[in-house]
Design a protein around this ligand. Structure first.
Ligand SMILES: C[S@@+](CC[C@H](N)C(=O)[O-])C[C@H]1O[C@@H](n2cnc3c(N)ncnc32)[C@H](O)[C@@H]1O
Length: 386
């Protein structure tokens, strides 16, 4: 295999091999249960892209099977040989080896399915000790017909899916119209397959992670090679992954809480941001909207369109705001009032950097600073609800 392919596979694997902590699963499920204690009652839950032998998703739902009054729990794993990286000296677990149906050939190339729906050991309760397992027909790829059938049987899909396949994974859930809670990277909100769903309130976010970063565990071989983790922190057995969120369509209370905001006049007087205090808000040159550089500086009484940072979605309450679109290249939301020519982009680059190049003004909101074009960061366009 070419060196470049190996490197890019390693990079993808880096993003795919993060394992979720029990407390993070529990915290998120509690948010749904606080809103509706019967949310999972009588339901079938599928945990795909998992590793049921040591997954905290499987552990949480198996342990809480009776408390949540589940109908059935299904958890599937992806075959070790199909993963994008190979675990050196990989061995099947003792748990697998001790099963009478353990098969040395299947062990590496087949996924596994774990199910829980009745009291197999007849001890009077249904819990983790009642999980039954077998090898899948295939490798457990969520795109396979075998796993699609499990998806169709389920009411809820809950997992931390491979980040490299996030678009495909979300499309896979949405085409089946399932309820879901999955962990993904905040960047995914800008995907043109994802953002329209957020705009239409078919998907929303939850951010229970401290300062927006998740701490995950990862296989030893990847941890050792810290160069794989140049953009992530690696500390005491955990990898800090910034910008992770839960993407979900399960109701939780936080999304219905109004954000406390000051009026435009008060922001100009009292804002803690020097960009706003005593300065006010700039109008975009290419959208009929004002630039609001911080979510907590959204003026409560502004009636027009506002461009706000994407982290606004952590505070988004659909009763308070209507999302209209985002600043992007293709004008997918038909909100651009101006398109810059390539000469203007070149000129803007020269004025900004004093050398030849092109400044892609059409990719974002643009404001004028001292008579020069200045692109702003990624912005969501919204309006306050009356
Ligand atoms: C981010 S990890 C999370 C694992 C587990 N859900 C957890 O949170 O502990 C995603 C897992 O999906 C697996 N995976 C990658 N591609 C897959 C595919 N096409 N189908 C199913 N699983 C896949 C990866 O190997 C990885 O183990």
């Amino acid at each position: 295999m070419a060196k470049n392919t190996l490197l890019s596979d390693a990079k993808k694997a880096k993003n795919d091999e993060f394992y979720t902590q029990f407390a993070d699963v529990e915290k998120e499920m509690n948010a749904y249960l606080e809103y509706n204690e019967n949310v999972f009652c009588g339901k079938t839950i599928l945990l795909p892209c998992d590793d049921p032998e040591w997954s905290n998703f499987t552990l949480y739902f198996a342990q809480n099977f009776e408390k949540l009054r589940l109908k059935k729990l299904i958890s599937t794993s992806y075959a070790v040989e199909s993963k994008k990286y190979l675990i050196k000296d990989w061995l099947p677990t003792l748990f697998e080896q001790q099963a009478p149906w353990y098969d040395v050939d299947k062990s590496k190339i087949k996924g596994k399915i774990f199910t829980l729906d009745h009291d197999t050991n007849k001890n009077g309760r249904i819990d983790i000790h009642d999980l039954e397992w077998r090898y899948l027909e295939g490798d457990g790829d969520f795109r396979s017909e075998e796993i699609k059938r499990l998806r169709d049987e389920a009411d809820f899909i809950i997992t931390n899916p491979p980040f490299s396949l996030f678009r495909e994974f979300m499309a896979w859930i949405m085409e089946a119209g399932k309820r879901f809670a999955v962990i993904g990277n905040m960047n995914a909100i800008t995907y043109k397959e994802i953002f329209p769903l957020i705009k239409e309130n078919k998907i929303w976010l939850d951010n229970p992670f401290v300062r927006g970063a998740g701490y995950f565990t990862s296989p030893l071989e990847l941890n050792k090679n810290l160069s794989y983790f140049n953009s992530h922190d690696y500390r005491e057995g955990f990898i800090r992954v910034p910008g992770v969120r839960w993407f979900t369509n399960i109701e939780h209370g936080k999304r219905h809480q109004f954000m406390p905001l000051m009026s435009e006049a008060d922001n100009i007087k009292f804002s803690r941001h020097k960009e706003v205090k005593g300065v006010g808000y700039k109008k975009y040159d290419n959208y009929d909207a004002i630039e609001v550089p911080f979510t907590d500086a959204i003026p409560s009484d502004y009636k027009g369109v506002m461009g706000v940072p994407i982290s606004f979605l952590d505070k988004y309450c659909p009763e308070q705001f209507e999302i209209l679109g985002m600043c992007e290249n293709e004008d997918l939301y038909k909100m651009k009032t101006k398109k810059y020519s390539s000469d203007q982009c070149k000129q803007a680059y020269f004025e900004k950097f004093g050398k030849k190049g092109t400044y892609d003004l059409n990719a974002s909101g643009v404001v004028l600073v001292d008579g020069k074009y200045e692109k702003v960061y990624q912005r969501i366009l919204l309006r306050a609800k009356a």
